[in-house]
Design a protein around this ligand. Structure first.
Ligand code: DON
Length: 562
């Protein structure tokens, strides 16, 4: 038995008594020169090593994203997609959309049964849930345009983690155990198939190391063509998935102008469609701006009402109008028009709750633990990077590419499978977010950079599905309106309204001191949740130093810098 265990260890998990890499996460710190906030200490450390070697924020982000694909497998990925918002030290801004796309063989009703009902699980688990991955193409594009250190060098830390092994965090072990049965359902084996993974377990991922080496040698082609593409297509064919070699070869990331919104001396820069994040954040900021939230006080009845009603209205518009602007005429300018947004709040009254029956789009349920990655980086020159990437659910579709060693996303669930039927985040959508071949599914990811009086002020973002946008808004307001220090602003309990269902989700400690009762009397409905989005942010302090804050909601969240 012991021999068998030893053999298993050799094959699957390293069993050295001394862990190769040890780590402790730290949630906040202030640095003089450069700072990184992210979801895992080994990844933040990787980024800081690149910065110390003279790499810029993009170089650090490249190394960190690949490192996360190894050490943070529940969300770090090469089989998913994401978004970059970038602000150069000279103030120039850019965003990069490397969201997944629907395969060419996808169709509007692909998740409906013969009676026209959505088939439970088809868009969330298994091969049919997978969108064409964008992550590797996105990272290659950002490196090509903005990176300075050699590509191969930036891949090496991830390859080392995958090939030589690293110690799993307690929270990852916990999560891996929870999804063990799912892995078995869709995979013959994974590096995580050992259900006895215990504290201190080390894991090696040789197939993933080989995939990363192919990417190291051939750039994006090491993923979208050749052996890796063959492995992805073979995996698809083995499980009834749709992605073909042509889908992979055709994948292209897209450079875009960020959404911008001025707010009382600040400027928010965030992600345009195919994410809803930037538009909804800007709409909410504009709707709450006329109200003296600072005077009302943090999570006072009045503050919560104003913010929740702005959320309700922004998410109503999201459901009607937002989707991939390449496929649907998303009326971004109208949605962000100041007069339109002031008008949106015209029917708001302090003496009663609004309703999502009367609040519909303007004229122009949480089923599992969710996970995504967000990284916020400021380098020594003042370049700032805000990146959110995801597989969607934990370990995405739970399908690992056989021989490739990486999980594939279940991002297809972010489309509206049928008008009015909620996805796994309870979000509804219509025509704007219907499935079409080659189209990007609507996201809520909100990588954001904030300027104050023209200077870099904050880099912020989060995982958390539909709650990402409202968490970014509240954390910003906690600093800008309620005068909190960044770590306090990140940790503060939050609430969330997304139009439908017509209820305010609130974290256990939120809405304290009778506020919940007062709002209930006004007609609001509530649902308590353990926690929502998980913010990672960096703020430039008045003396120029960098205050980084990760979120106590995720044990592995970490900040590093120098
Ligand atoms: O793009 C989106 O909005 C979702 N797929 C993000 C998923 C997510 O954040 C999961 N959880 N933390």
């Amino acid at each position: 038995m012991k021999q068998l265990y030893f053999l298993l260890c050799l094959l699957l998990v390293g069993c050295r008594s001394e862990p190769k890499v040890d780590y402790e996460a730290q949630k906040s710190a202030t640095f003089t020169t450069a700072a990184v906030a992210g979801p895992h200490p080994l990844a933040t450390r990787t980024a800081v090593e690149v910065l110390r070697r003279g790499g810029n924020a993009i170089d650090a982000a490249v190394a960190m994203q690949f490192a996360m694909a190894v050490v943070f497998p529940r969300a770090g990925n090469i089989g998913g997609g994401g978004f970059l918002v970038y602000r150069a030290a000279d103030g120039a801004t850019l965003s990069l959309d490397y969201r997944e796309t629907a395969p060419a063989a996808a169709s509007r009703d692909m998740y409906l049964d013969t009676a026209g009902n959505v088939t439970e699980g088809l868009s969330t688990r298994g091969h049919l849930a997978v969108g064409v991955p964008g992550t590797v193409a996105g990272i290659a594009a950002m490196h090509e345009r903005l990176g300075t250190l050699p590509w191969a060098e930036l891949l090496q830390p991830a390859i080392d983690f995958a090939r030589d092994g690293y110690r799993l965090s307690e929270s990852e072990i916990d999560r891996l155990k929870r999804y063990h049965a799912d892995f078995n359902e869709f995979n013959e084996t994974t590096p995580f198939s050992d259900s006895t993974l215990g504290a201190g377990a080390q894991v090696k991922q040789p197939d993933l190391a080989a995939t990363l080496i192919r990417i190291q040698e051939a750039g994006r082609d090491g993923f979208y063509t050749g052996e890796t593409a063959d492995l992805i297509v073979a995996e698809m064919e083995s499980g009834g998935g749709l992605i073909t070699r042509d889908d992979l070869a055709a994948y292209a990331p897209a450079w875009k102008e960020p959404i911008t919104k001025d707010y009382k001396g600040y400027r928010l820069l965030s992600m345009p469609p195919s994410s809803s994040g930037g538009v909804a954040l800007a709409q909410m900021a504009e709707m709450v701006e006329p109200y003296p939230l600072g005077d009302y006080g943090f999570q006072s009845v009045r503050s919560v009402q104003v913010i929740a009603e702005a959320m309700r209205r922004a998410y109503a518009d999201r459901a009607e109008y937002l989707g991939d602007a390449k496929f649907y005429p998303v009326p971004v300018d109208s949605l962000l028009d100041d007069a339109y947004l002031r008008q949106r709040m015209a029917d708001f009254r302090f003496d009663t709750a609004g309703t999502s029956v009367t609040t519909v789009a303007g004229q122009v349920a949480m089923k599992e633990n969710f996970e995504t990655t967000h990284i916020s980086i400021v380098d020594s020159l003042g370049n700032a990077v805000s990146i959110t990437t995801t597989l969607n659910g934990n370990y995405g579709s739970k399908v690992m590419v056989d021989g490739g060693g990486f999980f594939l996303n279940n991002e297809m669930d972010d489309f509206s499978a049928k008008p009015g039927v909620p996805n796994m985040f309870g979000l509804v959508g219509k025509e704007a977010n219907a499935i079409e071949p080659g189209k990007r599914m609507l996201s809520s990811m909100t990588p954001t950079i904030v300027e104050k009086e023209g200077e870099l002020f904050m880099v912020i973002g989060a995982p958390g599905g539909s709650t990402i946008i409202t968490a970014v808004l509240q954390t910003f307001l906690n600093v800008a309106e309620y005068g909190m220090e960044l770590p306090e602003a990140v940790a503060a309990p939050r609430f969330h309204h997304q139009w439908l269902p017509d209820q305010i989700l609130y974290e256990t400690d939120a809405l304290a001191g009778g506020v919940l009762d007062s709002l209930t009397e006004l007609g609001y409905q509530f649902r308590e949740v353990n926690s929502m989005a998980v913010i990672k942010a960096v703020r430039v302090l008045p003396d120029g130093s960098l205050q980084a804050a990760a979120d106590p909601r995720n044990p592995d969240d970490d900040v590093e810098g120098y």
